[in-house]
Design a protein around this ligand. Sequence first.
Ligand SMILES: [Mn+2]
Length: 350
Amino acid sequence: MGNFALAGPDGKEAVEELRVMGGGHLGPIDSSRIPRYAGAATFARLPRLDQVGRADIAVVGVPFDSGVSYRPGARFGGNHIREASRLLRPYNPALDVSPFERVQVADAGDMAVNPFNINEAIETVQQNALDLTADGARLVTLGGDHTIALPLLRAASERAGSPVAMLHFDAHLDTWDTYFGAEYTHGTPFRRAVEEGILDTEAISHVGTRGPLYGVRDLEDDRRFGFGIVTSSDVYRQGVDEVVDKLRTRIGNRPLYVSVDIDVLDPAHAPGTGTPEAGGITSRELLEILRGLRGLNLVGADVVEVAPAYDHAELTGVAASHVAYDLVTLMADTLTPDHPSTSATTPEDK
Ligand SMILES: [Mn+2]
């Protein structure tokens, strides 16, 4: 019998036999039996949502970049991240968690958003996010440009039943008011979110910001909205542990949304993005900060602004896929808090 990577004569049945199973959950395609580079890509080679019926965590793409102000191309980000995620393995040693065994994780495919009408696209993302979370699933969204964070936050706060805390990893504030008179763009989602009352302004922070602004007023406005700022320089000068302590103190046990604009990374780590800025954090620093969020009530997350046309050697795709993997792991851990650790190692021991 030939092993067909996706659809062969034996179709779905054959593929499901070739998946890693654990904890009663259908896991990734077994890469010891079907090479990692074979077949159509889903995130981490996980099953599609329609193959499992329901998921505890759904990874979903939003191929939309009509809100960008500089280089376009993030509409191709989701599939680029999926392609780069083929090398992810099922056990996350940094957190001592096998996320796909803890809970059912599945790839929900892409939302079909209108590229010619930003307002309609925002409505579609919001409605699709509500539909996907109606049964209690949590979303990790692959962008797409940062415009999509606004409807995703609306859905997250509706599901949480309250405004949500947010950690926003980005080179930029994304709290500007308008561009060319447009209110809904990739540089304005978090000002709109504050105006709409869907963020808990006691617990919102930017991490990794840097680069020139229009004026000091940008920072004054941002502070007035309630944002705390950990700049890229702060991460370098204070270090990951101090930064994590500050962030955790501010967030407490609130429902937390994490939005990762891949341009938070230095262009050396993530060249494939639309508005690159020199002097960014490293992918190691980003992953370490994320891992430091363990135990917080992560209700939703996105990884946005991956624009593969500017990528080299899949650098940006690999970074984004690992970020998404750690976000999935944190969420799986949050959803199974009483799960016994498989070893004596805890993050505190490191
Ligand atoms: Mn952004």
